[in-house]
Design a protein around this ligand. Structure first.
Ligand code: G
Ligand code: G
Ligand code: NA
Ligand code: MN
Length: 253
């Protein structure tokens, strides 16, 4: 496929960029951080989301190149935003990233370079990354990140095969409830009951919950009433270029 050389060239030309989506604290309505979502700004094809180049993200060499550049850019832009000192930046990592021995070192270098603290970093992983052994290389990297003060978020929770066991056995701080559960909460009692139960389990395990894909005011209110701590979604903001947030400190939601 031609996409590989094109993607390498896009990296060189700085056409691959981090977009930021705000994460909102539901109790206050204020922004408490961002998730970094990669975008390929192709002059011909427009703004491409990762599903258009997913295969590339799975190649170790390309993933490595992308991560260095994307996270470097993201940290740099985050450090420029007003109020970032009290906010977090979440990055998405795959198994390819997490089996690397030097992952923690590389992130330490990038954080230091931009004057950021480990406590400002959230690492998002899916249940796929938790298929390896307890105490294997992926597990150890996650545990190491956590011991330094970063938080681990289990992304797309509810869509994998792990059920609740991953929450019990793996080093996790935050559960991100997949948007498929959030979507119809406002009109489907069973969905609402299910989400409420997951929030309760997470709370009792000492985990925070982020609801993903919040598009409706009714769902924001329901989630808030259920004690869900945080939310993301088009109701608050689509993912945007980081410079979009230069003029605001997140008090506006
Ligand atoms: O951004 P949406 O924008 O389409 O993201 C789709 C999927 O791509 C999500 O599951 C998200 O976790 C993943 N993704 C977004 N940004 C990155 C990234 O920088 N690296 C990796 N590995 N996955 C990403
Ligand atoms: O898998 P992950 O959660 O990392 O990817 C987040 C994906 O969800 C991105 O593609 C992002 O653009 C998308 N997204 C974020 N908020 C919403 C929303 O409110 N509705 C929908 N449909 N998608 C969303
Ligand atoms: Na994510
Ligand atoms: Mn997700």
């Amino acid at each position: 496929l031609l996409i590989r050389p094109r993607f390498l060239r896009a990296l060189e030309l700085q056409e691959v960029k981090p977009f930021f989506q705000p994460v909102i604290e539901l109790s206050t309505g204020k922004r408490c951080g961002f998730e970094v979502l990669v975008r390929w700004l192709d002059p011909q094809r427009g703004i491409l989301a990762p599903e258009e180049f997913e295969a590339i993200l799975g190649e170790p060499e390309m993933a490595e190149k992308l991560a260095q550049q994307l996270f470097g850019d993201a940290f740099e832009q985050f450090a420029l935003l007003p109020g970032h000192e009290d906010q977090t930046l979440a990055i998405n990592l795959t198994t390819v990233d997490l089996i690397k021995r030097q992952l923690v070192f590389d992130l330490q270098v990038l954080l230091s370079k931009h004057g950021l603290d480990w406590s400002q970093l959230v690492v998002e992983v899916t249940e796929n990354t938790m298929l390896g052994p307890i105490n294997g290389p992926v597990f150890q990297n996650l545990a190491d990140l956590r011991s330094r003060g970063a938080k681990v978020a289990l992304d797309d929770f509810g869509t994998g095969y792990g059920g609740l066991s991953h929450l019990r056995d793996w080093p996790v701080d935050i559960v991100k409830l997949d948007r498929s559960y959030i979507d119809d909460m406002w009109r489907n009692k069973r969905s609402a009951v299910f989400v409420n139960a997951l929030i309760e389990v997470a709370r009792r395990m000492g985990l925070a919950v982020i609801a993903e894909g919040v598009e409706r005011e009714e769902n924001r209110q329901l989630l808030k009433d259920m004690g869900c701590q945080m939310a993301q979604g088009y109701l608050f903001s689509v993912p945007l270029a980081p410079s979009s947030f230069l003029g605001t400190d997140g008090q506006d939601h």
